[in-house]
Design a protein around this ligand. Structure first.
Ligand SMILES: Cc1cc2nc3c(=O)[nH]c(=O)nc-3n(C[C@H](O)[C@H](O)[C@H](O)COP(=O)(O)OP(=O)(O)OC[C@H]3O[C@@H](n4cnc5c(N)ncnc54)[C@H](O)[C@@H]3O)c2cc1C
Length: 323
């Protein structure tokens, strides 16, 4: 039986996290057909890249009302294909959208949904390993029901191409949308980009917590970030205090980041914060408290007052770069 993968895309490019989901789905299909669903404008261009990832057929859900993301409408597109193709499993990236759409699908099919899987094996019920409790434990579970509904935890499965597959067959269809499907939809996009770098994709993140002390205190973090081409992040205490917008929050209920370097300034390292930054290749903690929990996760630490240390790093960087 086929495995259906919901592919997210933008500007005609397939999202990296969807390629990761495809890699897990290909193992799950175990040689059976791998089919993709792409919703909305730009799907046709993006679909061309999927042959190299083992996709035999790419289904394009086309309707002018799909120009803006609407979870109910995307779920209807998935459900139309499920009814037609009867796949053994439906897989999505474990993104906000992937998890939201599969939640709608699960509710409408009255089936369970396993979010944030890191592995999945063939068979029914489907054996999976998945990330639970904000990343603090891995659960072995079995997903009952057909199709098995799974999302893939971001950055746990490296995206891998197959050898030499051609372009997939493209099939466009119009999902049977109702007015109810469009009640919740994106009305406006607000940029989350700081100094040209988005938090989720930044190679370096300079992040601040309660220890920064105020909204104005973030000025020195912004300055350091601009020298490092970094994005600025923060803890939930900071967004709750109104010092930074929620779009800057890193953590279980914020953005999950996976930069090469995460600089945590005045952040204690609560599990809910670590859930968002544990994907970082290196963590540098700057904290006055040598016993702060963040130190258990840090690769490097400076014990001291961030109001002295951050400007000192900035000054050294400027000095090193001056001709
Ligand atoms: C359901 C739920 C979801 C949550 N989701 C998130 C989430 O997504 N993201 C998140 O961040 N939190 C989240 N939280 C909150 C989380 O539990 C912590 O309360 C929060 O992360 C603490 O933020 P903080 O580290 O900035 O503050 P604190 O825990 O108060 O730590 C401040 C740190 O700054 C240090 N410090 C103070 N002054 C200085 C200085 N001058 N120089 C250097 N260091 C200094 C202190 O030693 C301390 O370690 C969640 C909580 C719940 C219950």
């Amino acid at each position: 039986m086929a495995v259906l993968v919901l592919i997210e895309h933008g500007d005609g490019q397939v999202d990296e996290l969807s390629l990761q989901a495809l890699t897990l789905a290909r193992k799950l299909a175990a040689g059976g057909p791998l089919v993709a669903l792409l919703v909305g404008p730009g799907g046709r261009e993006a679909a061309g890249q999927l042959g190299a990832h083992g996709v035999a057929t790419a289904h394009l859900a086309e309707d002018e009302r799909l120009a803006a993301y609407a979870p109910g409408a995307w779920a209807t597109a998935v459900l139309d294909l499920v009814a037609r193709l009867e796949p053994a499993a439906v897989v999505a990236a474990g993104t906000d959208r992937g998890n939201e759409v599969l939640s709608h699908v699960a509710a409408r099919l009255d089936l369970p949904f396993a979010a944030n899987c890191t592995q999945a094996g063939a068979g029914s019920p489907t054996p999976v390993t998945r990330v639970r409790w904000g990343g603090s434990l891995l659960e072995e579970a079995r997903v009952h029901g057909t199709p098995a509904l799974l999302s893939v935890a971001p950055h746990t499965v490296p995206a891998a191409a197959t050898n030499g597959a051609g372009a997939p067959t493209i099939e466009a269809f119009a999902p049977r949308l109702s007015e109810a499907d469009l009640l919740v939809r994106v009305a406006e996009h607000v940029s989350t980009v700081t100094a040209g770098v988005s938090l989720a994709e930044a190679k370096v993140v300079v992040s601040g917590g309660r220890g920064v002390g105020s909204a104005d205190g973030f000025g020195m973090l912004e300055e350091l970030a601009s020298l490092l081409d970094a994005a600025v992040g923060c803890s939930r205490v900071v967004t709750s205090a109104g010092w930074r917008p929620h779009t800057d929050q890193v953590g279980q209920t914020g953005t999950k980041v996976s930069p090469d370097l995460y600089i945590a300034c005045g952040i204690s390292g609560a599990t809910q914060h670590i859930a968002g930054c544990k994907g970082a290749k290196n963590i540098l903690a700057i904290n006055t408290d040598a016993e702060a929990p963040i130190l258990a996760n840090a690769d490097y630490a400076v014990i001291g007052d961030l109001t002295e240390i951050v400007p000192a790093i900035t000054a050294e960087l400027r000095k090193a770069r001056s001709p």
